[in-house]
Design a protein around this ligand. Sequence first.
Ligand SMILES: [Zn+2]
Length: 350
Amino acid sequence: MIRSKTTAVYHHPWFLQFKIGAKSHPCDEALSTLYGDLLNTDIASRFIYPEFSMATDDILLLNHTHDHLDWVKEATVIFYDEDQDSSIASVEKIARLAVGATIDAIEKVMSGQVDRAFLLTRPGGHHAEAESAMGYCYFNNVAIAARYAQQQFGVKRILIVDWDVHHGNGTQKSFYDTDQVLYFSTHEYPLYPATGFYTEIGQDAGLGYNINLPLTTAQGDSAFVGIYQQLLSNIARQYKPELIIVSAGFDIHQDDQLGHMKASSACFGALTHIMLELAEQLCDGKILFCMEGGYSRKGVYEGVHAMLDVLSGQRSNKPDLVSDNLGKLIPEWHNAIKLFGKYWQLNGGS
Ligand SMILES: [Zn+2]
């Protein structure tokens, strides 16, 4: 059972102004309804809601180049309808605010002011590379947060877990040659951005610290729970992170319009439960959940609620132990486990 802890939830009206593409999208509406739920229902009292501000250049430069910052300033209105009031917030300002929220969460979690954080921010960040924006991502929130935790709090081992349906090419690239960050990703493959095969295992000091499990066929709850319960948990216990950051994408949901996975809404609660247990066991509960993609109303709305329920202890969502059928479910499983087994003690590779 996850013990009751203080969870900070980050939201801001500016994030509702970030649109996926030029027109409103069903997932935009989902976030807006979620924000309403947080303010108006009994959910409100279960969490705390810190105030935060836009990240400064110095913070963004922890993971990005000056040229990239300049480009984002220029790019500011390209995704906006003409009738939208861009004076309220530009893409650059919204993206800066998302980073600012993530940095505030790192500050509060690392200093013990809150136990953990859930960032309902936009835009996502995991595709953004040091020198380029990609896939609706401008600044890599998670990568900047990890670098900030290293710089300000001397954290030596950070586990970044990415269950978005797309591979987090930007996050992988930021930490490909270091053992101070372990990046673990499950994602549909092939799919945008076409990176993340299991053979991309890291380089130099980072060899073995970049773990990709490409999903080449549609997978549902039992595969996701099995992978995180068996493979991720096993590697994480050996790595012993001091902080865990989750790139929580909602596009593995069965209703998603861009992904082809079959996760149910409850799956997000189950994955959250697994991650919270690991954080409790390994790093005094220090964990951030950061919103990445999600392109169906139902997936985003119900997925976030499932996570909120587990984070607030309303529902345990403790998943059943999944039997050892992952080798049958996932075509690349045996080859991937064989390669990962060179770097990590893995039992069997069922
Ligand atoms: Zn995605």
